[in-house]
Design a protein around this ligand. Structure first.
Ligand SMILES: *Cc1c(COP(=O)(O)O)cnc(C)c1O
Length: 407
């Protein structure tokens, strides 16, 4: 740890202010970050950390990437918002870049991940009624146990996490939940009124749950056979995180719709999008969907720069190489009998314990200068910015592994 700067604001004062004036819908680690650069963060006391969370993979390109911040600043001084009542001269480049990257005909820009998931739900239902001719109001979408797709009322209504779902009902009808990774269960759930299947290629919030290799391929085949749409939520797994641009590329199961967010802006500004095949996306007509900020020129400039950085810096390849290295080290060097396993794909990694020690372990890691996130009491996620160097990754692992072996 190196001390580079301090501010007059103490951690304690800041936490008291947030507790006094904020709604208490989060329980963050007691660290107050004031600056970020690449894979490093600095707190208000001047301590430096390696970020092993990357804002849930929103900061794949690293904190304050100069090229993305430069695009933001330049665009902010020229034009920030017109609404979609008028064209702006930047959105076209964003649409074209996302369409080319995903290979899909059309892109619909939104802001947050949850909004893009909602957009995909609307797209699937609309296709169901207009093309598949499902009876009005009867459309069903199949989702998975352990899913995380965001926090809107519809989305939490089909969650099986009581903390996310309970007390926010009644749930929106039209969703059927099946065990994740079980193609037989999926086959049984897809009926005549099924318009789509919505899945994460790897479940991030559930604790980096990787399904069997043939799962997505079978989901793809089932959807094609039974005339349902396959929609993959790649908000967390996409844009290089797992060692490919999109996680589905590992198993060759191309969806009809893909949902992107998080790293679509490199953590600089909320940008999300749905991309999909013409048969679905071309069903949107003027007035059927929208967003005041969706596709705004600031978002577009930031998004194009964020995608340029991913491609030009070879970040998916880097995630594949460094992720394999990290996983190998974790598997070889985590010797505590309390560690059940280390798993992951690319730089989307997790260590699972047999006992509920994850929170205590991330607090211990924080004291040693590594910021990671516990989930579901027994799991810690490790997902550094993809720009991390092998040397910094090794330094972080040199600190992390002995700490985890104490638990
Ligand atoms: C983060 C996330 C979302 C929600 O994105 P927000 O921007 O927080 O609304 C949806 N799906 C997945 C898989 C995510 O990781």
């Amino acid at each position: 740890m190196t001390t580079t700067e301090t501010t007059t604001r103490s951690t304690k004062d800041y936490l008291a202010q947030v507790d006094r004036f904020g709604a208490r819908n989060y329980a963050p680690l007691e660290v107050v970050i004031t600056r970020g650069e690449g894979c490093h963060l600095w707190d208000v006391e001047g301590r430096r950390y390696v970020d092993m969370l990357s804002a849930y993979s929103a900061v794949n390109q690293g904190h304050c990437h100069p090229r993305i911040v430069g695009a933001l600043v330049e665009q902010a001084q020229r034009l920030t918002l017109t609404s979609r009542a008028f064209h702006n001269d930047r959105m076209g480049d964003m649409l074209q870049r996302i369409a080319q990257l995903t290979g899909f005909r059309a892109v619909l820009p939104m802001n947050t991940g949850a909004e893009a998931v909602e957009t995909a739900i609307k797209a699937m239902r609309r296709w169901g009624y207009l093309v598949k001719k499902v009876p009005d109001g009867a459309a069903e979408i199949v989702v998975a146990n352990g899913n995380f797709h965001g926090r809107t009322t519809t989305i939490v209504g089909f969650s099986d996490d009581p903390g996310s779902r309970d007390t926010f009902g009644p749930p929106t009808p039209g969703f059927v939940r099946v065990p994740y990774g079980d193609a037989e269960a999926l086959a049984r759930a897809i009926g005549p009124n099924t318009v789509g299947v919505l899945l994460e290629p790897i479940q991030g919030e559930a604790g980096v749950k990787i399904p069997p290799d043939d799962y997505l391929r079978r989901a793809r085949a089932l959807c094609t056979e039974r005339r349902a749409l396959l929609c993959l939520d790649e908000i967390q797994t996409g844009l290089g995180r797992t060692g490919k641009m999109f996680a589905y590329e590992h198993v060759g199961a191309c969806p009809d719709l893909i949902v992107l967010g998080k790293a679509l802006s490199g953590g600089v500004y909320p940008v999300s999008a749905v991309a999909g095949v013409a048969e679905v996306m071309d069903l949107f007509t003027p007035g059927t969907h929208g967003s005041t900020y969706g596709g705004n020129p600031l978002a577009a400039a930031v998004c194009v720069a964020a995608l340029d950085v991913l491609v030009e810096e070879g970040l998916p390849e880097r995630a594949a190489r460094l992720g394999a290295h990290a996983l190998k080290r974790l598997r070889a060097e985590l010797t505590s009998t309390n560690v059940l396993e280390a798993r992951g794909r690319g730089l989307m990694l997790a260590v699972e314990f047999r006992a509920p020690v994850a929170k205590a372990a991330v607090k211990a890691l924080m004291k040693e200068g590594v910021l990671a996130k516990d989930t579901h009491e027994t799991t810690i996620r490790f997902a550094p910015p993809l720009v991390i160097t092998e040397a910094t990754l090794d330094e972080a692992l040199d600190v992390t592994i002995p700490v985890l072996n104490r638990f």
